[in-house]
Design a protein around this ligand. Sequence first.
Ligand code: ADP
Length: 670
Amino acid sequence: MFDKILIANRGEIACRVIRTARNLGIRTVAVYSDADAGAMHVALADEAYQIGPAPARESYLRPELILDVARRSGAQAVHPGYGFLSENAEFAEACDRAGIVFIGPPTAAIRAMGSKSAAKRIMEEAAVPLVPGYHGEDQNPDLLRETADRIGYPVLIKATAGGGGKGMRVVWETAGFDDALAGARREAGNSFGDDRVLLEKYLTKPRHVEIQVFADSQGNAVHLFERDCSIQRRHQKVLEEAPAPGMTQGLRDNMGAAAVAAARAIGYVGAGTVEFLLDTDGSFYFMEMNTRLQVEHPVTEMITGQDLVEWQLRVASGEPLPCAQEQLAIGGHAIEARIYAEDPSRDFLPSIGDLTHLRPPAESAHVRIDTGVRQGDSVSIHYDPMIAKLIVWDATRAGALRRLRSALAEYQVVGVNTNIEFLAAVAAHPAFAAGDFDTGFIERHRAVLFPETTPASDQVLALACLDVLLRRSVEAEKMAAASFDRWAPWHLTTGWQMNGDNHHVFTFRDNDSAVCVTAHYRSSGYLLDLPGGPLLVQGRLNEEGDLLADLGGARFTATVVRHGDDLTIVTRGSSHRLVLHDPLAHAGEQEVEGGRLTAPMPGKIVALLVEAGAVVERGTPLVIMEAMKMEHTITAPRDGIVAEIHFSVGAVVNEGAELLAFTAEGDKPS
Ligand code: ADP
C-alpha cells in the first residue's frame, strides 16, 4: 500500500478521497488553484501545493504541474477523482513515465472507452448487447441519413467523443435529419474538437441503469450491482439510487455478467461503470463505460458496505480485490441527491455567490453528506457548482425515500439559489415513490416539479417581523444594561411608549412587489396586521439564533438569516427571501429636503456628534437617535455645513421633525 498519495482534484471528491486515505494511514497531498487557497480539501490534506490560477485549464487540467507536485512531495500515486484528468490517457501515461502510479485503469482501457464508437465495436465483439445503430468510420451525411432511415425514427445522433450530454440530437423524422446532424457536429466540434458522430435508435422511455465493476491486476473482476440514474435533466443525472426499483435477480445477473464481460474485454483494472439503457420490455443495451469513480458511487457503498476508494487504492497498489462476487450482497436501499447552487426555474443556471449560511442535516447511519464546502465559502464561476451530495440509506426504498424528504427539508443554504426545493418536489412525487419513472420523468412532470414563485405567506411574513422585533428587543436590552439611565422609559422592551397604540410598520420587498405589515405591541407579544388578517405572535431566539415562534397558538421553528436588509426565512422544507425596507437605515439618503434633515421616525435624540457650523463630508455621523429600541445614526447626505441644530440631547421628536439645517457644498445657505 502507498504511504502518500496526491489528489489531483478539488471539492467534494478530493475530500472524499482524503477521508479514506486517512482511515488507511496514507498521507495526502492536495493541489489547489488561487481560487481554492482557503478550500476545504486544502485544509483536510496533510500537505497542499498551489498550482496556478483559478481557471481549471491553467491549474487542475495541467498534467505537468500536478506531476511536478507529486515529485516534490514524494507522492507515490495520483488519484484523479472524477472529471478533470480522470479519463485523460495522456495524463495516465505521463504518470507512468514519471514512475508515479495513476489510480485508475491501464491507459489502453481509457483510450478504448474514450470513443463511444470504438467502445461499441469492442463491446460488439464481446457480445455485449448494443442499441441498434451505426458506429462506423464513414461520416458521409447521405450515408448517415440513409442509415437513420433504415434504423427507424426516432433516432439519436451522438458525438463519438461525447460527454455531459453535449453534441446529442434526437431526430423524429427523415426531414429533420440534416439540420440535426449539422447541429450535433457543430456542438461536438466546439466541445470536443472532434465532430464525428454515431447513430442510435432513440428509446422513448428507457431507464438509465449502470453497473459498478471492479477488476484487479490478478485477473479478478466483479460487479457491485446496479444504480438507477434515470432521474435526469438535459441528460444529466440528478438523483441516483441503488438497487434499481423493480430490478429482478435474473436481469441483475445478466446485466452484471454483461458488464464484467465488457471490463474483461478491455483488460480493465480498477473501478469502472458500464452504463446501459434498460428498455420497457426488459432488454438492455450498452451505452458507454466510464473508466473512473462515478459521482454517484456512494449509493453503491451504502448498499454493499464497501469503501470503493479503499478498493481503488488496494487495487492500484497491486493487491487483489477485497471480495469475490459471492461475498458481495445488497443490503437495504440508498438514494443520492445532488445539491447544486443553481436556479431550476431558469433552466438550472448556476447560481454564483457566497454560502452565507450553510446548515446540512445531521449525519448518521442513515444520512451521509459528501461535500467540499463550508459556510462562508463561495460558489465561483470556475468550477462545478455542486454544494454537496446527500445520500440516504434505509432497509427499504420507502424508508430511504422518507429519509430523503426529511433530510432535504432540513438542508439550509442561504446566499445562492439551490435545487433543494426542486429535488424535494421530485422526492415527493407519487410516480417517483412508486418507482414509475424513466429518463423523461422531469420533462413529463415539469408543471409540478417547477413550482411558480409564490408571494410570501402570512406565516413567512409573521416570522420575518417577529425575528426583526425580537432582535431589536435583544439589542435594546443590551443597550439598557450598558446605559447609566437604565430605567429610562426609552429602554422599555414592551414597546414604543409614545403613542397610544404603539406600533411599527414593516415594509418588505417580496420578489417584485411590496408588502406592508403593521406590528402592534401587546403585553403578550405583537399583533400583526397581515394580508390574510390579524395574528397574535410571540416567540424567542434560542442560543443558536433560531426563532422559536408561536403564531396564533401554532408553534414553529425557523431560521432567519439576515444580511443587511436581506432576510431569508428558512423553515422546514422551504426558504423565502424578503428585503426589509427600513426607512431609518436610509435616513441620511432620503430625508434631505430643502437643506433640512428630518427625523424618519418618532424617537429620542441620544447624541449630537457635531456642532453648528461644522464642515462635514458626506457620510459623517451627525446625530444619533433612538427609536424602536435601536440606535440609528443619521449621517450627512452630502459634503456640506451644519447650519443649525434644532434639538438637544434627550429631546423627544416626532416623525418628520426637522433635526438640523444643512447646507450642501455649493448651495446657498437656507
Ligand atoms: P454523455 O456521455 O454525453 O453523458 P450518454 O451516452 O451517457 O451521453 O447518454 C446520456 C443520457 O442520454 C442517458 O443517460 C440517457 O438518458 C440518454 N440516452 C442516451 N442514449 C439514448 C438512446 N439511444 N435512447 C434514449 N435515450 C438515450
